[in-house]
Design a protein around this ligand. Structure first.
Ligand code: URA
Length: 237
């Protein structure tokens, strides 16, 4: 798709359109081997080679990023007071318009997807898709067979909201057991409220997977990286 050169340059990072225009006028940008000083020049970034200061611009229409969210960070794009998942991105991954596709609570950790592709986020979050999300939770008391049954049948939350059937599995027994829960919807505070409805409090919560996409075990808390095409598709598999 043909687009203005200044728009293409500024869309790939946090550089403003006016800075991109300055760079172009200063002769720092080459298109298919020739310096282009016209910010309004029409280019097709999918097919033409654009160089910035001699380095190829790796054009991506949209960004898809996996983050291992740490605790204490808000899952929103911006907040006047608190740190957000977008604030944690390294400069190499930051660009305008990124937002978290789906929310985790401030104290919840684990897999978050950030993107600037609204259609993709919409598909990912659509209740009709019933994409399975897997969480690990530490609880304040033992998990009993009747809790597993209640989750299987679909719990009723305290306000009467019915949840779809979910799977609950004990990973580590003990006074504060570790459990794995798989849900295929995303209601507000859903995991905490589901455990609340069977008399258990969630002490720690981590999202492990979304669809077929697993949190990369090599990402430290707060770390992020781009998704591969295969990983992107695996969300819907
Ligand atoms: N369920 C919760 O209760 N909290 C989260 O952050 C995610 C799912």
């Amino acid at each position: 798709m043909l687009q203005r050169l200044d728009k293409v340059i500024s869309s790939q990072g946090l550089e403003s359109r006016s800075n991109a225009q300055r760079s172009i006028r200063a002769g720092r940008i080459a298109v298919d081997g020739a310096v282009c000083r016209d910010p309004a020049a029409k280019v097709d970034p999918d097919f033409q080679q654009i160089m910035v200061d001699g380095h190829p611009l790796r054009y991506q229409r949209f960004a898809y990023i996996m983050m291992n969210k740490p605790p204490g960070v808000l899952c929103v794009s911006q907040d006047p007071k608190a740190r957000t998942v977008v604030d944690l991105l390294p400069d190499s991954l930051r660009r305008k318009g990124l937002f978290p596709a789906g929310r985790l609570d401030k104290d919840t950790v684990g897999l978050v997807i950030l993107t600037d592709d609204g259609d993709f986020a919409h598909r990912m979050l659509s209740p009709r898709k019933e994409i399975v999300k897997c969480y690990h939770a530490v609880l304040d008391g033992p998990i009993l067979p009747e809790h597993i049954e209640r989750f299987q049948e679909g719990t009723s939350l305290e306000d009467g909201t019915r949840c779809l059937p979910a799977t609950l599995q004990v990973l580590e027994e003990g006074p504060c057991p570790l459990a794995e829960v798989r849900i295929r919807e995303g209601k507000y505070h859903q995991i905490k409220r589901m455990f609340g409805s069977v008399g258990r409090k969630v002490l720690w919560l981590k999202r492990i997977s979304i669809g077929g996409l697993l949190l990369d075990g090599n990402l430290e808390e707060g770390g992020s990286r781009e998704l591969t095409e295969i990983e992107k598709a695996s969300i819907f598999s």
